[in-house]
Design a protein around this ligand. Structure first.
Ligand SMILES: C[S@@+](CC[C@H](N)C(=O)[O-])C[C@H]1O[C@@H](n2cnc3c(N)ncnc32)[C@H](O)[C@@H]1O
Length: 441
């Protein structure tokens, strides 16, 4: 019989005394035991970062209990590690590690280092250097830093081999590499530009240009999505980065979408996935909810063109119930007979004024009784959620700020946004996990 999951220490709370520290350590051990035993009972491999490590999604997507215990364990383990690192060292270390993780990850991405290491054999540092066209002595230092981040292994001195993570980056149609590219080529310059944006606010009238991204691309008059639209390679990379985030477990995963709403209860429903990118969420919905009649994925024409030209691998399994449609959500919604209009990680890309416009374009096409589903992070006041969840949501909030002058929102913000934009015609129905449901009156 399942016992209740010991709650992680809440975000913003600290471990002030010996008893609480030891309780925290014991709770971590109990949670680790539950995950290990849960995997054993299902005959699944244990998590491992070694060369033959388990898949990145080592817990089955729909095993809500184990997923929750894993999240809680990570939250507590990070708090314990931070506490023992100590006041004096924590910030120094976090900054040093982050900055130089960026140094080596950008080199890994730019020179596509995983491709230069054979899949099942070790190779000398000298040979990798030659294959990448890089100087051996510096590449060796870079590789040794990557090894500390569990990317590659050094099975014998001077030789490098794949770890589970570097193998993963090589496989899976390289969507993991695309996420790295998105973070380092788009988010990083925008993050640096954000300070200048605050110091010298831009003179543009459009709110979407008041962000680090616009500064990073030379006080551009084009927003992030405008720039993307002009550069097909970046559009493709972004689509694949989104696919990676959805499929890699944790807060952003499809598992949370599937388990936070009774999708099967919708029956033979027609769903429109607005801003659905290359269809990664639609494919999983169709796979895990066989009752659904159809999902129509709408996105900008260039994204849909890419989705059709380079279908993600699982499309073939659900092709008879999946459709793509080029559509700009700043125009009126053309589909009027759907049961569900799904917006996953769409509104968080826009400041209120623009998000309201998108909502105003869908509401008139909704028939009475149809639903609008929002899937987003929900921000809670400090101290009301665990530190891991808070960190994920607040990191996404920073990402939105620097790329788009957009934001994550609290439950109250979401209800207000939908209510104001729909002129009161959408009734809030429920919020669970990261899924919010509004029904057309
Ligand atoms: C953050 S991504 C979310 C993708 C997907 N819904 C998910 O959950 O992974 C936002 C999506 O909105 C799309 N988008 C941006 N502007 C758009 C517009 N004007 N009309 C339609 N889609 C747009 C982007 O191309 C991108 O696929």
């Amino acid at each position: 019989m399942a016992v209740s999951i010991p709650q992680p220490i809440k975000n913003g709370h600290s471990c002030a005394d010996a008893v609480r520290l030891l309780e925290l350590a014991k709770s971590i051990a109990a949670k680790a035991q539950e995950v290990v035993e849960g995997l054993q009972q299902q005959g699944l491999p244990q998590p491992s970062l070694g060369p033959d490590g388990s898949s990145p999604d080592f817990i089955p997507v729909l095993d809500t209990r184990l997923q929750e215990v894993r999240r809680s364990l990570v939250s507590d383990a990070r708090l314990l590690a931070d506490t023992f690192t100590g006041t004096r060292k924590l910030i120094d270390e976090q900054l040093q590690f982050s900055v130089h993780t960026i140094t080596v990850m950008r080199i890994l991405y730019t020179f596509n280092i995983p491709k230069h290491v054979p899949l099942d054999a070790a190779i000398s540092f000298a040979d990798v250097a030659q294959s990448c066209g890089l100087e051996e002595s510096r590449l060796t230092r870079i590789l040794r830093y990557l090894i500390l981040n569990h990317i590659f292994e050094e099975p014998e001195p001077g030789k490098i081999a794949h770890s589970a993570i570097s193998k993963f980056l090589l496989s899976n149609d390289a969507v993991g590499m695309d996420f790295i590219g998105h973070m380092l080529e788009e988010a990083l310059p925008s993050a640096i530009g954000q300070t200048d944006c605050l110091k010298n606010p831009p003179l543009h009238s459009s709110p979407v240009l008041d962000c680090g991204f616009a500064v990073a691309v030379g006080h551009s008059k084009s927003s992030y999505f405008d720039v993307m639209a002009q550069e097909p390679e970046r559009t493709k990379r972004f689509g694949r980065a989104m696919t990676h985030m959805t499929s890699s477990g944790g807060h952003n995963s499809i598992e949370r979408v599937l388990t936070s709403y009774d999708w099967a209860g919708l029956g033979h429903a027609k769903v429109v996935d607005v801003g659905g990118s290359v269809g990664h969420v639609a494919v999983d919905l169709l796979k895990y909810v066989p009752a659904l009649k159809k999902v129509i994925v709408q996105d900008l024409p260039e994204v849909i063109e890419d989705a059709r030209a380079n279908p993600i691998p699982q499309v073939a399994d659900v092709a008879d119930r999946l459709e793509f449609q080029g559509y700009n959500f700043f125009d009126p919604q053309p589909i009027q007979d759907a049961d569900v209009y799904l917006f996953r990680h769409v509104f968080h890309d826009w400041p209120n004024q623009k998000a309201e416009e998108i909502i105003r374009n869908v509401v008139p096409s909704m028939r009475s009784g149809s639903i609008l589903i929002v899937v987003e992070y929900i921000l809670y006041p400090t101290g009301e959620d665990d530190s891991y969840s808070a960190k994920m949501a607040r990191t996404a909030d920073m990402q939105m700020m620097v790329l788009l002058n957009a934001k994550e929102r609290s439950l109250t913000d979401w209800k207000e946004l939908l209510d104001i934009a729909s002129g009161g015609s959408l009734a809030f129905e429920q919020a669970k996990g990261n899924v919010l449901v509004f029904r057309k009156k």
